[in-house]
Design a binder for this molecule. Structure first.
Ligand code: APR
Length: 265
């Protein structure tokens, strides 16, 4: 059983002055061969999309709709679509922020083979990272699919049907239910994305967790997997996270401010 870090070590590790932390982040990024960013909702808040657990976040206003309830009840499907369309303006207007652009710069520089995200807002793709290298653990809310036949539906069509049918969700021609292409609580995780995230976590030498409270499993297991596989773990987040005491560096800062220096000019 290794000795626990002394209080002094602990404070020095998580709360060096910010300048020192940013300088250390710069060194770690410069020295790394393979960087895997792992992003959460915090990277998109400066783009106008609220996160989930901060004050005013989505889960402070709505209860997440469990997958089983969505499938079992038309009322819950209607409510799920109502909640999604309430957010449509935020999602439609959102543009990649400084964090997205910094990570896209590192991707273009060849430092990042692919990025793992819990986010569903498509902003990493919009920042220029090809969809094949954006590993979406929780899917994507910018389009919908049929749960039976996987037919893709655009949200403009779903909204037209929803409004024309008294705010009732349309079903697929095959009779299946149409849902945003996201992974809800209680829904199985996407096997291919999970496999790719595992391969990336085990093969990087720097794992950059950006804008996540790291409380939702199995996604939260990847920073741990990377650390156990020998990567340096950096957490960039304005609040403490579940894994701060495991990290090699914690940058307690606004993501946009902390990552802006890495945007290629
Ligand atoms: N700069 C730095 N940190 C920020 C910023 C910012 N501008 N904005 C928000 N944060 C931090 C918050 O303090 C919070 O700790 O980002 C974190 C976001 O945490 P959550 O809201 O829990 O979001 P996330 O970790 O992505 O949630 C994971 O939970 O509900 C599910 O499927 C959903 O993918 C989501 C998963």
């Amino acid at each position: 059983m290794g000795s626990r870090p002394s209080l002094r070590h602990y404070i020095a590790m998580i709360a060096p002055d910010l300048e020192t932390a940013i300088a250390k982040l710069r060194d770690l990024i410069a020295d790394a061969r393979t960087i895997v960013p792992f992003t959460g909702a915090g990277i998109s808040t400066e783009c106008g999309i609220p996160d989930f657990r901060s004050p005013g976040g989505l889960w402070t206003k709505n209860q997440p709709i469990q997958f089983g309830d969505f499938v079992a009840s038309r009322e819950m499907r209607d409510e799920a679509w109502r909640q999604r369309f309430v957010m449509q303006e935020s999602f439609a207007q959102a543009k990649p922020g400084r964090g997205h652009r910094a990570l896209a710069s590192l991707y273009r520089a060849g430092k990042v083979p692919a990025l793992v995200t819990q986010n569903i807002d498509n902003l990493h793709q919009d920042s220029g990272i090809p969809p094949r290298d954006v590993v979406e653990l929780h899917g994507n809310t910018t389009y919908a699919t049929c749960l039976e036949c996987a037919q893709r539906y655009e949200l403009t069509w779903v909204k037209e049907q929803f409004d024309a049918n008294g705010q009732h969700a349309p079903d697929c021609d095959c009779g299946g239910f149409i849902k945003t292409a996201t992974v809800s609580f209680g829904q199985s995780m996407p096997a291919v994305a999970m496999q790719r995230a595992e391969e990336l976590s085990k093969s990087c030498d720097l794992f950059l967790a950006v804008g996540s409270s790291l409380v939702v499993w199995p996604a939260a297991g990847f920073p741990l997997m990377a650390k156990r596989s020998g990567a340096a773990l950096v957490i960039v987040n304005r609040e403490p996270t579940e894994f701060d005491d495991l990290a090699d560096l914690v940058v307690r800062d606004d993501i946009g401010d902390a990552l802006a220096p890495f945007i290629a000019r």
